[in-house]
Design a protein around this ligand. Structure first.
Ligand code: CP3
Length: 347
């Protein structure tokens, strides 16, 4: 078990020689090794076959000097387990076959024992843990109720979240029923991931930045809080992540999470001022930087490191790696973290 790796130490508020580094979407299309597997298998086949999911999870670990692996899966997998089928359409992202349109659709959700139908994820976690060095942490994850509900209601990706917000405002009782169902399933799903060997779990509320403070507090916060507070019984650290969340970060921290994950729109120094210096922050390099020259990468990575200096910081992007990224730039970013850390004392 990795109890002494950098990732676990920082999550416990302890000092390290270099900030731990990992990247959201570190396994995926920007890697040739992944694209080769994708020629023979669909994204969902990769997720549902533990041996393949384990292999994909380990691809970036074999290639780069990372401090954590994240299990290869998707935040939408629990939908199918609840009787809501979907597929990934080329160039379009996820498409739900029967989006939620009315309260009766919420009542039809098959939530009882949904986590049992996701056993392939736990099997993949067990396989990865067996093959991972003790110093590298394994991260499990799930989508947060708001972000998952937005896919269920919109039927796919959305720009304005109009259907989701109107459901929230006008079918409020059914909204809370849906959010309660999702938080129940998500808590049980994450507990099972921890039992299988996940040592940290991240709750992805990727699109929650679309909400104002009032709406976050009223319609979302209690549900995310139930998951994050429920996970305290497992004793694993949790990462609470969203994008565009600058105006609700204090509420997100209050909802829970050992670590707060932020995107590139905020300065880390401002977030520490707001949330307190002992808050563990994860982020926040702009993923677009990794499309630039080696020099652009070095400069931007250094700026993030300087902001994190002397504070509990997990180096990551502000959102997932873009598919156009050159793997050499991922390597250069990690190398810059290590080089900089050798010449700068942490505290
Ligand atoms: O980070 C990792 O390496 C673990 C794997 C992971 C995936 N999805 C694999 C994936 C994680 C953590 C996710 C989370 C996820 N999935 C989120 C939250 C994080 C975020 O990026 O905001 C969301 C919103 C989803 C839903 C989803 N899955 C979308 C919108 C898409 C299509 C978009 C796209 O890039 O094509 C996916 C598909 C998906 N999930 C891919 C991967 C590697 C691309 C699959 C492929 O075509 O090979």
């Amino acid at each position: 078990m990795s109890t002494n790796g950098r990732m676990m130490l920082v999550c416990q508020g302890r000092g390290v020689d270099s900030p731990p580094v990992w990247f959201m979407r570190q396994a995926g299309r920007y890697m040739e090794e992944y694209r080769r597997l994708r020629e023979r298998h669909s994204m969902l086949e990769l997720c549902r076959t533990p041996e393949l999911a384990a292999e994909v999870t380990l691809q970036p670990i074999e290639r780069f000097d990372l401090d954590a692996a994240i299990i290869f899966a998707d935040i939408l997998l629990p939908l199918e387990a609840m009787g809501v089928p979907f597929h990934f359409a080329k160039g379009e992202g996820p498409v739900l076959e029967r989006p939620i349109r009315e309260p009766a659709d919420v009542e039809r959700l098959d939530t009882v024992g949904a986590e049992e139908r996701l056993s392939f994820v736990y099997d993949a976690i067990r396989l990865v843990r067996e093959r991972l060095d003790a110093g590298i942490a394994l991260i499990g994850f799930a989508g947060a109720p708001f972000t998952v509900a937005s896919y269920m209601i919109e039927g796919g990706h959305s720009r304005h979240f109009a259907k989701t917000k109107l459901f929230m405002y006008e079918q409020t009782q059914a909204w809370h029923l849906l959010m309660t169902a999702l938080s129940d399933v998500t808590l049980r799903y994450l507990e099972r991931q921890v039992k299988a060997g996940a040592q940290v779990v991240q709750l992805f509320d990727s699109w929650v930045g679309a909400l104002g403070r009032h709406d976050y507090r009223e319609y979302v916060m209690p549900h995310s809080a139930r998951i994050l507070q429920g996970l305290q019984n497992t004793a694993v650290p949790t990462i609470h992540f969203g994008t565009g969340t600058g105006s609700i970060l204090d509420l997100m921290k209050q909802a829970g999470g050992t670590v707060t994950g932020v995107d590139w729109r905020v300065d880390l120094t401002d977030v520490w001022k707001l949330l307190g210096d002992t808050t563990v922050l994860q982020g926040n390099l702009d993923p677009v930087v990794l499309l630039g020259s080696r020099d652009t990468v070095k400069r931007a990575v250094t700026r993030v490191l300087e902001q994190g200096r002397g504070r509990p910081h997990i180096f990551n992007l502000g959102h997932g790696i873009l598919p156009e990224t050159q793997p050499e730039n991922v390597e250069a970013a990690i190398e810059q973290v290590r080089t900089w850390s050798k010449t700068h004392e942490r505290i």
